[in-house]
Design a binder for this molecule. Structure first.
Ligand SMILES: Cc1cc2nc3c(=O)[nH]c(=O)nc-3n(C[C@H](O)[C@H](O)[C@H](O)COP(=O)(O)OP(=O)(O)OC[C@H]3O[C@@H](n4cnc5c(N)ncnc54)[C@H](O)[C@@H]3O)c2cc1C
Length: 206
């Protein structure tokens, strides 16, 4: 959203384009014809973002410095059913009824492209015991992330990091050294069952 200024930067979901929304400049031109005639508004978001930026830069932007995104050509019932949160967001923040009017939009930041180097199999960073995944970790998506694949990235690498962190915690836990010390004894058996240290010590000391 580019307007009102209090909510400038608030995300307008890509689903608006996915459900058939079209992008127009101040002259009413469907400008994606110039940038990606085959895919039009279903183009990738880096292409869309550059196209909007170019239109605004070349003086064909909307009054608040964006482009128009309209889905008003679809039936109101369809819009309210498919895009309920967008319908509410524009009504409450901008007083715009998207079933009848166009939204004003501009590219915004909503994803950090990493920074921390990790070892891919475990997500271990250069600092032993520190693991990183998601937006904090580097490189998985290269210089551009396609829509919708951040959450699958988190599921895969979150699991790897969780398992590696759990394994490391088991190796360095105080129980591990106690277990080694009492291996083969009754105290060792209590240890294996996860008994608290005071109980293991009591068994070990008779
Ligand atoms: C509006 C919006 C819509 C999106 N839609 C989609 C989508 O449809 N599909 C998709 O795949 N991706 C989507 N994304 C991207 C995706 O949601 C994020 O990339 C993902 O959630 C990032 O996960 P993360 O674990 O890396 O970071 P986060 O989810 O940001 O988690 C970081 C956590 O760390 C906590 N934290 C920060 N600093 C500290 C600190 N100092 N101490 C302790 N805790 C701290 C934060 O509170 C937060 O809970 C969307 C993002 C936005 C903003």
């Amino acid at each position: 959203m580019v307007w009102p200024s209090s909510v400038r930067g608030l995300l307008v979901t890509e689903a608006v384009r996915g459900e058939g929304g079209i992008l127009l400049n101040a002259k009413g031109e469907r400008f994606m014809e110039r940038y990606d005639p085959a895919r039009m508004e279903l183009s990738t978001r880096d292409v869309i973002a550059r196209a909007i930026y170019s239109e605004v830069n070349e003086g064909r932007g909307s009054p608040h410095g964006g482009a128009y995104l309209s889905i008003a050509h679809k039936p109101a019932r369809f819009i309210r059913a498919k895009l309920p949160s967008m319908y509410q967001q524009f009504i409450s923040f901008a007083g715009v009824d998207i079933t009848r009017e166009a939204m004003e939009v501009f590219p915004t930041t909503h994803y950090a492209m990493g920074g921390i180097r990790v070892e891919p199999a475990s997500c271990q960073t250069a600092i032993p015991g520190l693991f990183a995944v998601g937006e904090a970790a580097a490189g998985l998506h290269g210089a551009n992330r396609l829509g919708g694949n951040s959450l699958s990235d988190l599921l895969v690498f979150g699991r790897r990091a969780g398992e590696a962190a759990g394994e490391r915690a088991r190796q360095i836990s105080p129980h591990a050294s106690v277990r080694r010390r009492h291996r083969g004894s009754r105290a060792g058996a209590a240890c294996a069952l996860g008994a608290p240290k005071w109980r293991i010590a009591r068994i070990a000391n008779g």
